[in-house]
Each structure stands twice: as structure tokens, then as C-alpha cells.
Design a protein around this ligand. Structure first.
Ligand code: CA
Length: 268
């Protein structure tokens, strides 16, 4: 039985016990003397031994177990939609759902090397400022990216390339963890988390942190970092992830980006 089915079975049994619909999941090992003594379902201990409890205590224990199981076993909530870049935006199939449009040249949403990662984000910072500016004009992205006097040098040397996620609401006092997979030149890219909130009557960027991307040879590397967007800026109400690649000029890959709430609250 896989883990999800096992957990589902445990939850189902606890709920049935509370509702009195199922007496004992393991009647074969239940002591015979209990069979006709009570209508209260016996509680099974971890050793497999069944004990009989009064109805109120049994119900309380069942509730406690249910909460404990949910807290320990439930997967953490991922705030970031489509962090694995496998889904297209329903209204724009050329765009990954939950992320800004890509220009398709410097920043590509495409099949990654090898089968394990599926589609991912590829950035090529070898391209020149002039080539990138022409691509942004061609694809109508100059409202987001625009270099007034583009030069012939690689964009790695100046602006780098970026891609933003859609905004995600954050709760005051809550810490979060960003996790991602990276492939490329170590130290040549960062994953930013930027916080926004109302300040002097308008929404502004009020806080940010980043993770320096590390590399292990040519393969993928998984990294994570805990952050606390409202600790020093209580007015931050939403965050965005920004993938960023720059120097040295080269190819950089990002995949499996996650943002999850965590219990810890370190000061960064
Ligand atoms: Ca992927």
C-alpha cells in the first residue's frame, strides 16, 4: 500500500470510529472477550493490542490522532502555481501558467536536457543587449524589459535575464521556504523573492531576499532557503519569485520552484 493510500485508510478508519460506523479494523487480533461487551470501538495501539475505552475518551483520542496525523503527514502547501513549468497558460499556450511571458530566445520555456525534469526555464546570457532588445520589440515585451541604448556586449555583463512569477499573498508573521532546482554555472544566477505592499498610497516593492545558485558539475542542484517577508516589513502583503541569470555568459536552467509556509522564522 502506498503512503497516500495508507494515510487515507488511517483517516477513514478514524472518522468511521468517531461516527461508530466501523468497530475494529483488525477483528482477527481483537481479544475475544471484547466482542460483546460494548458498542464503543476499541482503540488499536501501535503494538497491535486492542484496548477498550469509554466513548468520550475514545472520541477525544480519535480527534487527537486525526489532528496529529494531519499535522505530521499532510504535505506542505505550495503557494507557487506551476513551479515545475509543466502547464501552459490556458489563454496563452506559449506561456507557462503562473509566470510572466517569455521572449522565447533569451528566456525560453522548453524541454530540459534529460527526461527527469520535463519542461523548464532556460536562459541564455551569451546573447547581446542588441539581440535581446530586438527580441523584446518583436514579442511586444518592451513594457517589461527595455534597454534604451543597447550595446553589442553580452547581456550577461550588464542586465542579465529574468523571469517573474505571478504574485502570491503572504500572511503576517509567517515564514516561508523557497526551493528550486538549478543547472548552470555556479554563482552565475540567483533566485530572488521580492515582497510588495502598500506604501504612501501605492503598491511598491518593499522587501527582497535571494539565493545564490550553486552548481555540482553539469547536473541539476536542489537548493532551499527559509525567509520571513514580513519580519522587517510588516506592510508586505504579496511576494513574487524572480529567476535571474547573468555572468558568466552561458546557459542557465531553472525548474521545480516551490514556496511553502514553514514553522521556523529565522531573520532573513
Ligand atoms: Ca519541469
Amino acid at each position: 500500500m502506498n503512503t497516500d493510500k495508507k494515510h487515507g485508510r488511517i483517516n477513514g478508519l478514524l472518522e468511521n470510529w468517531m461516527n461508530g460506523k466501523e468497530s475494529d479494523p483488525t477483528p482477527a487480533i481483537r481479544p475475544r472477550r471484547f466482542l460483546h461487551q460494548s458498542t464503543t470501538p476499541p482503540m488499536r495501539l501501535s503494538s497491535g493490542i486492542c484496548v477498550h475505552l469509554c466513548p468520550s475518551v475514545a472520541k477525544l483520542l480519535a480527534v487527537a490522532l486525526l489532528f496529529f496525523h494531519s499535522a505530521v503527514c499532510a504535505p506542505a502547501q505550495d503557494l507557487l502555481a506551476n513551479g515545475d513549468f509543466e502547464k501552459a497558460d490556458p489563454a496563452d499556450p506559449a506561456r507557462p501558467a503562473g509566470w510572466d511571458r517569455v521572449d522565447g530566445l533569451g528566456v525560453q520555456w522548453t524541454q530540459s536536457p534529460g527526461d527527469a525534469h520535463g519542461r523548464a526555464i532556460r536562459m541564455d546570457t551569451r546573447l547581446s543587449e542588441q539581440v535581446m532588445q530586438a527580441q523584446w520589440i518583436r514579442t511586444g515585451l518592451t513594457n517589461i524589459w527595455n534597454i534604451p541604448k543597447p550595446e553589442k556586449n553580452a547581456i550577461a555583463e550588464t542586465y542579465g535575464l529574468s523571469l517573474y512569477s505571478a504574485p502570491m499573498p503572504v500572511k503576517p508573521g509567517q515564514a516561508y521556504r523557497v526551493t528550486f532546482d538549478f543547472k548552470g554555472h555556479g554563482g552565475g544566477a540567483k533566485v530572488w523573492v521580492r515582497g510588495y505592499g502598500m506604501f504612501q498610497g501605492e503598491k511598491r516593492r518593499r522587501w527582497e531576499t535571494y539565493v545564490d545558485c550553486r552548481a555540482k558539475g553539469d547536473g541539476w542542484t536542489t537548493q532551499s532557503q527559509v525567509f520571513h517577508p514580513t519580519k522587517f516589513r510588516p506592510d508586505v502583503s504579496e511576494i513574487k519569485v524572480m529567476l535571474f541569470a547573468y555572468y558568466p555568459p552561458g546557459i542557465y536552467w531553472f525548474d521545480n520552484v516551490r514556496i511553502e509556509p514553514v514553522a521556523e522564522s529565522p531573520a532573513k
